[in-house]
Design a protein around this ligand. Structure first.
Ligand code: DAH
Length: 335
């Protein structure tokens, strides 16, 4: 920038400021003039100061001198205007320093787990998965039996579940140990085709450590349609992984066993060059489809269940999932 337009700009600013400050009839007008010309962040003087750097090096000393003169002049005009208003009486200019910063308002935001839940719901909705809820206090049918987890299965052990001291018939209720319960609840009420996702709390009497907590969250997905295959399962998981974690969303499945899927797999996702186990999945076992009155010769389905804390911990670089529940604002503020 050449020096002449710079000086012209400075002169115009000086004139504008001088008439605004002279005309200011009350505190509010004075304050808005102050902000307009002298405001530390986006005042006009500040804007011109930034132009200084664009002057030729030989013009800079002169430009700087003029700039300082203008700034001093405007500051004097402001002080004069203050005195003038104070002299009119009734003014609180001396009592209240309006230039002091105000008390900052502390804004809250969503907990990282709530945010993760909403993000997963949104991502799955793009594939047509409807988000549904189920109860956290469950009966044995929905938590176990309909999922082909028989009476002798170790997963029903009292030491591995929070059974309630409330009987329903002979079957005590329990805090659900998995969100797979919601698969059954939805299939009992609706006919295929079906695409649902359910995110919520589950409970297991685990000792809390960096990767366990007696309460945690799962994301459960279920799709039942004609002609569903493992390929649909894997591409859905990959879509979820790449949408949530970013990058290529590499997903690996390894053979495993769950009573309610056949075949069953463990699901790993790649993040930062490492493979992390995120949960289980598989093709819904025909016995489960029959338990809810579907015809396994007509439709097939896939299901998956992933740990919400696990994917959130990956995404946000949290090493200890207990941090999510300590309610330490210094931790939570970071997200
Ligand atoms: N419910 C299983 C658990 O808590 C996870 C799971 C495995 C869910 C396979 C599924 C599935 O829907 O198909 O360990």
């Amino acid at each position: 920038m050449a020096i002449a337009p710079f000086l012209a700009e400075l002169e115009r600013l000086r004139e504008d400021a001088s008439s605004a400050l002279r005309d200011a009839g009350d505190e509010a007008a004075l304050e808005s003039a102050r902000v307009e010309f002298l405001g530390a962040r986006s005042g006009r003087l500040k804007a011109i100061q930034k132009l200084l750097g664009g002057l030729a090096p030989s013009d800079r000393p002169a430009g700087g001198r003029h700039f300082n003169d203008a700034k001093a002049a405007i500051t004097d005009l402001l002080a004069a205007a203050r005195e003038r208003l104070a002299g009119q009486g009734g003014s609180a200019v001396d009592a209240i320093d309006v230039t002091l910063p105000g008390d900052p308002v502390r804004l809250g935001h969503l907990h990282p787990i709530t945010r993760t839940i909403r993000q997963v719901q949104e991502i799955m909705s793009r594939l047509g998965f409807e988000s549904v809820d189920g109860p956290e206090v469950e009966d044995q049918w929905h938590n176990f039996e309909a999922l082909a987890i028989g009476p002798e299965h170790p997963a029903r052990d009292p030491l591995d579940n929070f059974y309630l001291a409330v009987a329903r018939g002979a079957d005590p209720l329990l805090l659900r140990s998995q969100t797979s319960t919601v698969q059954i609840r939805v299939m009992e009420k609706r006919r295929p085709p079906l695409r649902i996702v359910s995110l919520g709390r589950v409970y297991r009497p685990d000792t809390a450590d960096a990767t366990h907590y007696p309460m945690f969250h799962q994301v459960e997905g279920l799709l039942v349609e004609r002609g569903t295959t493992m390929a649909h399962l894997k591409s859905t998981l990959r879509f979820l992984a790449s949408s949530f974690l970013g990058g290529d969303g590499n997903v690996r499945i390894r053979p495993s066993f769950f009573p309610f899927t056949e075949p069953s797999v463990e699901v790993d996702m790649e993040w930062g060059g490492r493979w992390i186990e995120m949960g289980g999945a598989g093709m819904v076992d025909p016995a489960v489809l029959e338990a809810v009155g579907y015809d396994p010769d007509e439709v097939s389905g896939f299901a998956f269940g992933l740990g919400v804390e696990r994917i959130a911990a990956r995404r946000y670089g949290v090493a200890d999932i207990r941090d999510f529940y300590r309610n330490d604002v210094r931790f939570l503020q970071q997200f």
